[in-house]
Design a protein around this ligand. Structure first.
Ligand code: ARG
Length: 589
């Protein structure tokens, strides 16, 4: 469906044409004085200069031409030269009805040019539990992916596991100390390795920090870990078998954790998958004359003349020939291009890595790893802080496990739900989880991603104000009205939506019709927070309408049916929006 703003503009364009004025002045926008009008056109001011007339004259002329338009119920020229517009109730109702007929997409068309977009928003490290630092990329990335899918793009999420480097050698070393008899350590062993891992996830999560601690104190231990890493990376069979066990156990656990967040990835690739591409990539960078030795290391210059601050060279190999975080990210670009030919690569990573990604992107472009029309985008997010304004920590000052955080919010939510009303234990637990997830996700997504925010459980879990639970509460309220309506023997019918009967009903319709433009814009600007502010406004409009209107006792059945259909559409719209944000609503709460 054409966007309402475009339809309105078309109408105003005709009036400019009829007045023999350049149509470039006919642009319409949402009113910034909702007390006076719904939409406005400010073009008369600029046109006045060109035509050397008073702006109010021009505005008046255009307004005159619009008096008979069926699109508007009010067109007013006001000083100094604004054209104030109010939509006709009939026209608005027709548009809303068209939306309601399109129950899947609510009038939002898919893109005519689908792009393949790969999005990197995981970055968890194998053998280490997910912690709050991973929460933001998961929440934001998942939402961007869903918004893109809704708009019809081919979105591919990649978890990009941190599964390469010293951490693996550390685990192997510690395991060897504890269980030297394991067959993985026998260099002469040539048989099959056991299918079962020699550790559980909780053991693994304990082994890693222990090993990491030891290596900081004990030089020989660290040497051994480095040696194990080297041997692993150079194909020692037993160690590679251990690596697959570490990966299996870890990935199973990670998947479970991400699932609880309603987050999923199309690809479960890791840093290790990029390693095979490194030698050829480096070779080519050298041959093409981009990479050169500086202080023993292999680097590529990435500074540009227009830089206002110093951008250091991108390091490709360390002086001992070892690869780095950079090397892996570059080689990852190689296979992503080769296997998927993406039009765009989006990285959702902590904004403190911005300089790093500037280097990587420039290096990838300069050395031709990406084709010219592939866009590289860095979406850096801010820090999640505690109430003290400092990065979120446990009470003891440590990094909080994601599971612990989620469990405590679930508990908080459960208490609230039990306070409100009693439902069976099992349902209350399930509902608490659903609502808690909305609290965490909405709390995060309603902020512009690049900003820091304060993680405030009390505020996020509140049923009032700009929160996830408030949005769900609104949906649940609608569901309950729809149920009552159906129970009264009536059908959520084929009746059509009638022109608004009140200001609050019209206000609700005016919010609804913004949907398609809002979604398009949220995608273009990679901005889930725009979806949040939209559903907050929409929920407010709905609740206002609800308080002002007797719906269940309305005697005119046609009017009542129209209300119901409007509610149903509002519910659908909210549901589509929360779905792209990555959460859902319960049936009651
Ligand atoms: N594993 C990294 C970390 O824990 C994050 C990875 C971000 N993604 C990337 N392609 N570099 O910091």
């Amino acid at each position: 469906m054409k966007k309402i703003l475009d339809l309105i503009t078309d109408e105003v364009v005709k009036a400019f044409e009829a007045s023999e004025l350049d149509v470039k002045y006919a642009k319409v926008s949402l009113s910034n004085r909702p007390d006076l009008c719904e939409y406005q056109c400010n073009g008369a001011m600029a046109a006045a200069k060109e035509y050397k007339k008073a702006p109010i004259m021009i505005a008046g002329q255009v307004a005159e031409k619009l008096q008979d338009s069926t699109v508007f119920e009010m067109v007013e020229a006001v000083n100094p030269g604004f054209i104030n517009l109010k939509l006709s109730k009939e026209y608005l109702a027709q548009y809303v009805e068209e939306m309601a007929k399109d129950s899947e997409r609510l009038g939002c068309e898919k893109t005519a040019e689908p792009r393949t977009i790969m999005i990197d928003y995981g970055g968890p490290n194998v053998a280490k539990p997910l912690h709050v630092g991973h929460l933001r990329s998961a929440i934001i990335g998942e939402s961007i992916k869903r918004i893109g899918k809704f708009m019809g793009h081919n979105m591919i999420g990649d978890v990009h596991l941190g599964d390469w480097g010293l951490q693996m050698g550390l685990i192997i070393t510690e395991l060897k100390e504890r269980k030297p008899e394991l067959v993985y350590f026998d260099e002469n062993y040539e048989g099959e390795y056991p299918a079962e891992a020699p550790f559980t996830i909780s053991e693994l999560e304990e082994i890693y920090p222990t090993a990491s601690g030891k290596s900081k104190e004990d030089e020989a231990y660290k040497e051994a870990a480095m040696q194990a890493t080297y041997e692993l990376q150079h194909g020692r069979r037993g160690y590679q078998a251990l690596l697959s066990h570490i990966l299996d156990v870890s990935v199973t656990d990670l998947k479970r954790n991400y699932e609880n967040l309603n987050v999923s990835f199309e690809l479960w690739k890791g840093e290790s998958d990029a390693q095979p591409y490194i030698p050829d990539m480096v070779q080519k960078m050298k041959e093409d004359g981009f990479a050169y030795i500086s202080d023993g290391a292999l680097v590529v210059d990435v500074k540009e003349d227009t830089d206002t601050k110093e951008i250091p060279p991108c390091m490709i190999l360390k002086s001992d020939g070892a690869s780095l975080y950079n090397t892996t990210d570059l080689a990852t670009i190689v296979w992503r291009m080769k296997d998927y030919h993406p039009d765009e690569l989006i990285y959702v990573v902590d904004k403190r890595q911005e300089l790093y990604f500037t280097q990587v992107f420039r290096c990838a472009r300069k050395t031709g790893l990406v084709s010219e029309d592939t866009e590289l985008k860095f979406l850096g997010f801010g820090t999640m802080n505690g109430k003290d304004g400092k990065p979120f920590k446990t009470r003891e000052g440590g990094v909080m496990r994601l599971e612990t955080l989620i469990a405590s919010i679930n508990e908080e939510m459960y208490k609230k739900i039990q306070d409100n009303r009693t439902m069976p234990e099992e349902e209350a637990r399930e509902t608490a989880k659903v609502v808690a997830l909305s609290a965490v996700k909405y709390g995060d997504l309603s902020n512009q991603a690049s900003k820091d925010y304060i993680f405030d459980i009390d505020r996020f879990t509140s049923f009032e104000g700009n929160t996830g639970p408030y949005i769900l509460y609104t949906i649940v309220r609608i569901k309950s009205i729809l149920n009552k309506y159906q129970e009264s023997g009536k059908n959520v019918a084929e009746e059509i939506i009638l022109p608004a009967h009140s200001d609050s009903e019209k206000a609700l319709m005016l919010e609804l019709v913004k949907f398609n433009a809002m979604m398009e814009n949220a995608f273009e600007e990679i901005a889930p927070h725009k979806v949040c502010s939209y559903i907050y406004d929409l929920s407010n409009a709905l609740n206002h309408f609800y308080h002002e209107t007797k719906i269940m006792t309305e005697e005119d059945t046609q009017v009542q049916a129209s209300y119901i259909r409007l509610l149903e559409l509002t519910k659908r719209t909210l549901e589509v929006c929360i779905d792209v944000l990555g959460f859902s609503a319960p049936d009651r709460m």
